[in-house]
Write a protein that binds this ligand. Structure first.
Ligand SMILES: [Zn+2]
Length: 378
């Protein structure tokens, strides 16, 4: 008889390669703009892992007709005769070995989340005999987590295994017996309920489910700590006059805290004029005022562009458009300025600049009041 039968089954844990965690390090708060990238990629990774386990579960225990129920555990205490129980246990062990191989193959290629400085490390929790979390591994994984709450999630995940394991141990143990080398008989007392491979995979998927739900909230909370700002936008309108062209325009900058297309933007404008009759260049800074930015490609962008473009003068002005980019392309701000008909040219002027990202200011400065005269600004 294979001696592996007597091994306590090691549990969960996905090997995620990676550097050894630095021994002592103050844990950062995950709810910060600088964590957004790591959190988003961690979320993506956990979804990928959950789906892998759901796929494994389906292979071991395919969904059947309407009466189908998931076969997550075998109730050995309900099997009355010893030979059947013993055989069923041996079958379970050999299926679990297939499971372990499948798990290693499929999760081994899942890359570490980009943007996280240290990697997660493997943590095992015994799923049958002791239900113990490997505390040394857990401590290392928590210390190596990019920020504190990510470490806490690893612990929550492991606790979900430990708790489920304890529940399976509730009840009367049964004696497994087998022949071992030398013709001896060995026995082992086993819990009343033991996970099937499908049950193991589903428990794993559920553990990742806990992490995914928490991460979705964390991503939103961390994004709300991001300051988005832009500067360097210059709009201009040149009006021909009998004595020569007069050029007027605005230098525009702004910042917001939180979701750039939902948050209020504080806008700074400097009005600039030059030309005949203007001595030098006049620069006149407005008081900071509020505006918003719309999402690039949104219905609201089209709606506002239609209004600003259609106005015969009064309705003209500019609007702010935010493009979040994609992992590769940086987010940008575009100021779309719909110039007055008197301007030459009077076509739309669109100026795109990179949106800078940083942490929101710790102490929020006194908020400027909206200036109705500037809505929409022209
Ligand atoms: Zn797990």
């Amino acid at each position: 008889m294979d001696a592996s039968i007597f091994r306590t089954l090691a549990a969960c844990a996905v090997a995620l390669l990676l550097a050894a965690p630095s021994p002592v390090r103050a844990q950062k708060d995950c709810i910060a703009c600088e964590q957004v990238k790591c959190l988003k990629n961690t979320l993506k990774q956990k979804v990928q892992l959950r789906d892998i386990y759901l796929g494994i579960a389906d292979e071991f225990d395919p969904k059947g007709g309407p009466a189908w129920k998931p076969a997550n555990i075998t109730q050995f205490d309900k099997i009355p005769d010893a030979p059947t129980r013993n055989q069923r246990y041996r079958d379970t062990i050999s299926l679990l070995e297939q499971y372990n191989q499948m798990e290693a193959e499929r999760t081994g290629n899942v890359p570490a989340p980009e943007g996280c400085s240290a990697g997660a490390t493997e943590v095992s929790t015994d799923s049958m005999m002791t239900c113990a979390i490997d505390t040394v591994q857990l401590a290392a994984a928590k210390a190596g987590a990019n920020c504190k709450q990510l470490g806490d999630l690893i612990e929550q995940h492991e606790r979900s295994h430990a708790n489920a394991c304890k529940a399976r141990k509730a009840g009367k143990f049964w004696e497994y017996t087998a022949q071992v080398a030398g013709g001896e008989t060995k026995s082992l007392w086993l819990p009343p309920q033991i996970l099937t491979p499908a049950g193991k995979a589903r428990e794993e998927a559920a553990g990742y489910g806990i992490e995914i739900a928490a991460l979705e909230t964390m991503v939103k909370d961390a994004e709300s700590k991001c300051k988005t700002s832009f500067k360097g936008v210059k709009t201009s309108c040149t009006i021909p006059t009998p004595v020569g062209p007069v050029t007027m325009g605005q230098e525009i900058s702004g910042e917001s805290c939180g979701n750039p297309v939902a948050a209020q933007w504080t806008i700074h404008t400097v009005n600039v004029a030059s030309g005949p009759g203007v001595i030098g260049t006049h620069r006149n800074a407005d008081k900071p005022w509020y505006n918003d930015c719309v999402a690039k490609g949104s219905a609201e962008e089209s709606r506002r562009a239609g209004i600003l473009n259609g106005g015969a003068g009064l309705g003209r002005g500019w609007m702010c458009v935010y493009d979040e980019g994609d992992g590769q392309r940086e987010p940008t701000i575009t100021i779309r300025s719909f110039r007055l008909p008197q301007c030459s040219p009077s076509s739309e002027q669109a100026i795109t600049v990179t949106a800078e990202r940083s942490e929101c200011d710790e102490d929020t400065p006194p908020q400027p009041q909206p200036d109705p005269a500037n809505l929409p600004n022209s």
